[in-house]
Write a protein that binds this ligand. Structure first.
Ligand SMILES: NC(=O)C1=CN([C@@H]2O[C@H](COP(=O)(O)OP(=O)(O)OC[C@H]3O[C@@H](n4cnc5c(N)ncnc54)[C@H](OP(=O)(O)O)[C@@H]3O)[C@@H](O)[C@H]2O)C=CC1
Ligand SMILES: O=C(O)CCC(=O)C(=O)O
Length: 482
C-alpha cells in the first residue's frame, strides 16, 4: 500500500489528524490510496493562509493568472489517460468516461486562462454633469469549495479555475469518498507557480472541514455541489454567518426526457440509455423520468429493453464496459431501497434492478427500468442517483410537457422529436435550466453556463463566462475630474 497523501496548506504538504481510505468500488479489496484528514484547526490554518495570500493574488496581472491556469491545463491534458484511470478506479466511472472527464477539466482551465485576459470593466457618463462612472469587477476573497463524489475532477475544476482566474484564494474540500483525483489535481495546481496560500486542499468530512468553512468569518463565499439536504444546511449557515457569505448551490435533479410519437426510436433509445444509465446514473443531470407518448410507448419500451440487455456492467477499468459499479455500499442501498419502493408503489420493474456478481467484489447493479409509473410515485419525484429510470405514459405532447414540468426540480430536460414545432415549443416552455433536443439530458459543454431552476440550483450560474457573476463583486466608482 502506498504511503498516505497529505493536505496542501499555505504552500506546504502537511499531515492530518487522521486517515481516510479511498476504496475502488469495482473491487473493494483494492485500496486506491490513503489520504490525510484535516481537522478544524488545520482547516482554520488553510483559511488563514488563503486570507493572507489573497491581496497579492487579487492584484496579480491577468498575464500571471493566464500563465498559471495554462500550465495547469497543459499538465492535466498531457496526463488525461493516467488521471482518467485513477478517477475510474476511485469513483467507478468507466475508463473512457474517466478520461473524458479529465480532458474536460483540462479544457476548463484553458477556458478560464483566456477569461483572465478578457475581464473588462465599463465606463460611462454620469447623469450628473461633469462626472464619470466606472464599473469594475473585483475578486470576492477567500472562497470555500465543497464538492461531491460523482465528478471528482470536473466539478472541482469548474469551481477552482474561475476562482483563481478572477483573483480569489481557494480552500478546497473534496468529497471524502474520492480524495485521489482531488489530490492529483491539487499537486498540479501546487506546481503551477501560484503563490503559497492562494490554493489549499483540506480533505476531511463535511461535518468537520465543511462546517468549519461555513462557520468561519474570513470565508467570503461558498460554492457547493451535492445533495439538496446538505445544500439547505449550507444556505442557512451562509445567511446566518456574520458577515453573510455569498453562496451558490448546485443540487439534485429529477430530469425528464420526453419521447414523442414522431421521434426516431433508435435515436430516442440511445439518448435515454445514455442519459439514464451512463456514469451509472450518478449524475445530477441524469434522465430518470422517461415520459413517452402513447403512439410510440410500446415500441420504445421494447427497443429500450433490447438495448439494455446489451449493456455490459462490470469493472470500470475493463475495456468494453458500458456501466461501472455504484460508488459505494450506502449509494447501492439507496438504489435498492428505491427499486423496492417503486415495486411497492405499483410500478412494474420491467427490466434489471438486480445485484450482479463479477470477478471482483464490487457494487454491481443491473440498470433498472420501471414501466407503468405515474408522476406521483416517489420513484418519479425523488432523486435516486443511481441507474434507475421509470417510463411514464403520456397521451400527447401537451400532457408530456405538463408532466415534464411537474417536479420540484429544474436542472436539465430533454425531448426526442423530429418536429421543429414541438422542439421549439419545448425549449421555450420547459422549466429547466438546460434543455436538450435529441440529446441526453446529461453531458454538457464546458464554455457555456451550467445550472438549473426551482429546487435544483440557487445563486449564480457556474461555467462559461457567466461564472464571473459568482467569483467577482461589482464596484461602481464615481470621479469628478475637477
Ligand atoms: N446533484 C449532485 O451533483 C449530487 C447529488 N448527490 C445526492 O446526494 C446524495 C448523497 O451524496 P453525498 O456525497 O453524501 O452528498 P452530500 O450533499 O452529503 O455531500 C456533498 C459534499 O458536501 C459535504 N458535506 C456534507 N455535509 C456537510 C455539512 N454539514 N457541511 C458542509 N459540507 C458538508 C460532503 O462531505 P463528505 O461527503 O466528504 O463528508 C461533500 O463534500 C446522493 O445519493 C445524491 O442523491 C450527491 C452528489 C452529487
Ligand atoms: O451532465 C454533465 O455533464 C454534468 C453533470 C453534473 O455536473 C453532475 O451530475 O453533478
Amino acid at each position: 500500500m502506498t504511503a498516505h497523501q497529505k493536505n496542501f496548506i499555505a504552500g506546504e504538504w502537511v499531515d492530518g489528524t487522521g486517515i481516510t481510505r479511498d476504496i475502488n468500488p469495482s473491487n473493494t479489496g483494492d485500496v486506491v490510496g490513503e489520504y490525510a484528514k484535516a481537522d478544524k484547526a488545520q482547516t482554520e490554518k488553510a483559511i488563514a493562509a488563503a486570507k493572507a495570500a489573497f491581496p497579492a493574488w487579487a492584484r496579480s496581472t491577468p498575464q500571471e493568472r493566464f500563465d498559471a491556469l495554462t500550465r495547469i491545463s497543459v499538465e492535466i491534458l498531457a496526463r488525461k489517460e493516467e488521471l482518467g484511470r485513477l478517477l475510474a478506479r476511485e469513483e467507478g466511472k468507466t475508463l473512457p468516461e474517466g478520461i473524458g472527464e479529465v480532458a474536460r477539466a483540462g479544457q476548463i482551465f484553458a477556458f478560464f486562462a483566456g477569461e483572465a485576459l478578457r475581464l473588462m470593466g465599463e465606463k460611462g457618463a454620469s447623469v450628473r454633469p461633469g462626472l464619470d462612472v466606472e464599473i469594475t469587477r473585483e475578486p470576492v476573497g477567500v472562497v470555500g469549495m465543497i464538492t461531491p463524489w460523482n465528478f471528482p475532477i470536473a466539478i472541482p475544476a469548474w469551481k477552482i479555475a474561475p476562482a483563481l482566474c478572477y483573483g480569489n484564494a481557494v480552500v478546497f474540500k473534496p468529497a471524502e469518498l474520492v480524495p485521489g483525483s482531488a489530490h492529483a489535481l491539487s499537486e498540479i495546481i501546487a506546481r503551477s507557480g501560484i503563490p503559497a496560500g492562494v490554493f489549499n486542499l483540506v480533505v476531511g468530512s463535511g461535518s468537520v472541514v465543511g462546517q468549519t468553512l461555513l462557520d468561519h468569518p474570513d470565508v467570503a463565499a461558498i460554492s457547493f455541489t451535492g445533495s439538496v439536504q446538505t445544500g439547505r444546511k449550507i444556505a442557512q449557515a451562509c445567511v446566518l454567518s456574520n458577515p453573510m457569505k455569498k453562496f451558490q448551490l448546485e443540487m439534485g435533479g429529477k430530469n425528464p426526457l420526453v419521447v414523442l410519437d414522431d421521434a426516431d426510436v433508435k435515436v430516442a433509445v440511445e439518448v435515454a440509455v445514455n442519459g439514464a444509465y451512463f456514469s451509472t446514473g450518478q449524475r445530477c443531470t441524469a434522465s430518470s423520468r422517461l415520459i413517452v407518448t402513447a403512439g410510440i410507448h410500446d415500441r420504445f419500451v421494447a427497443a429500450m429493453t433490447e438495448r439494455m440487455k446489451g449493456l455490459s456492467v462490470d469493472d470500470a477499468l475493463k475495456s468494453g464496459v458500458h456501466v461501472g459499479p455504484v460508488v459505494d455500499q450506502s449509494q447501492l442501498d439507496q438504489d435498492l431501497r428505491y427499486i423496492k419502493i417503486g415495486q411497492d408503489e405499483g410500478a412494474r420493474l420491467h427490466w434489471g434492478g438486480e445485484l450482479l456478481n463479477r470477478e471482483t467484489p464490487g457494487f454491481y447493479l443491473q440498470p433498472a427500468l420501471f414501466t407503468e409509473a405515474t408522476n406521483q410515485m416517489r420513484i418519479a419525484r425523488e432523486e435516486i442517483f443511481g441507474p434507475v429510470a421509470c417510463v411514464i405514459r403520456a397521451k400527447d405532447y401537451e400532457e408530456a410537457l405538463a408532466i415534464s414540468n411537474d417536479t420540484e426540480f429544474g436542472l436539465a430536460s430533454g425531448i426526442c422529436t423530429t418536429s421543429l414545432k414541438y422542439a421549439s415549443h419545448y425549449k421555450r416552455n420547459s422549466e429547466a435550466g438546460m434543455v436538450m433536443v435529441n440529446l441526453p439530458t446529461a453531458g454538457v459543454d464546458y464554455h457555456v453556463p451550467f445550472g438549473g431552476r426551482k429546487g435544483s440550483s440557487y445563486g449564480a450560474r457556474e461555467q462559461g463566462a457567466y461564472a464571473r457573476e459568482f467569483y467577482t463583486t461589482v464596484k461602481t466608482a464615481y470621479t469628478f475630474p475637477g
